[in-house]
Write a protein that binds this ligand. Structure first.
Ligand code: GRF
Length: 204
């Protein structure tokens, strides 16, 4: 069965672009959904000919109604895989439970260091010498599920948030499509916090 992938994104969408451009992942993307009406990610989706939809949190009375709307869009698109490409909202438990081990997130630090929305700024403020990026499966806790791929990035003298985030994103654009390709191909085996990647053609 061919995977049907929904990408959720709030920002410029450079990670979405890397996913769209990936030959293993791009053809499976059936929906791009953003919580930010003017997000660059929506333009990138439209340019690629992928349906682009908005679920603006301000249009919903409660977080639960917002989550219900997102879940309804995912179901309407018949998505079986969800990629969080810079989605700056926390997914409610009913969404996480609807896609067990089928939601992947990219985060700009080496988790469990610096979870949350300001990971790059906090790594600099802490005086860390190394940070990086993590691609991980999503569970019901924020920035917590098992890691699929991580890559360290050295923090250089004179780095500011922009320069550091730019180098982290370069790594994200390689790691996220690679991990997403494995998920799409059904090659990830999850046992507790350990994630294995099956060789192509290997039996489970
Ligand atoms: C990325 O750094 C991602 O790790 C974080 O948000 C950023 C999104 O950037 N969660 P972009 O919109 O993909 O350029």
């Amino acid at each position: 069965m061919s995977a049907r992938v929904a990408v959720l994104a709030s920002g410029s969408g450079s990670n979405l672009q890397a996913l769209l451009d990936d030959t293993e992942v791009g053809p499976h993307i059936v929906l791009v959904l953003s919580d930010v009406p003017g997000a660059g990610a929506l333009d990138r989706a439209r340019l690629a000919g992928v349906p682009a939809e908005v679920a603006d949190r301000a249009g919903f009375a409660s977080r639960a109604e917002f989550d219900d709307a997102i879940l309804a869009r995912l179901r309407a698109a018949e998505a079986d895989t969800v990629l969080l490409a810079g989605f700056m909202r926390i997914l409610g438990p009913q969404i996480v439970r609807a896609f067990p081990n089928r939601i992947l997130n990219v985060h700009p630090s080496l988790l469990p260091a610096f979870p949350g929305a300001h990971a790059v700024r906090e790594a600099l403020a802490w005086g860390a010498k190394v940070t990086g990026c993590t691609v991980h499966l999503v569970d019901e806790q924020v920035d917590h599920g098992p890691a699929v791929l991580q890559e360290p990035i050295e923090i250089l003298e004179g780095d500011d948030e922009d320069s550091l985030h730019t180098r982290i994103k370069e790594a994200e654009h390689r790691l996220f499509p690679r991990a997403a390709g494995w998920l799409v191909a059904g090659r990830l085996v999850v046992e507790g916090r350990s994630v294995r990647v099956l060789r192509v053609g290997a039996a489970r």
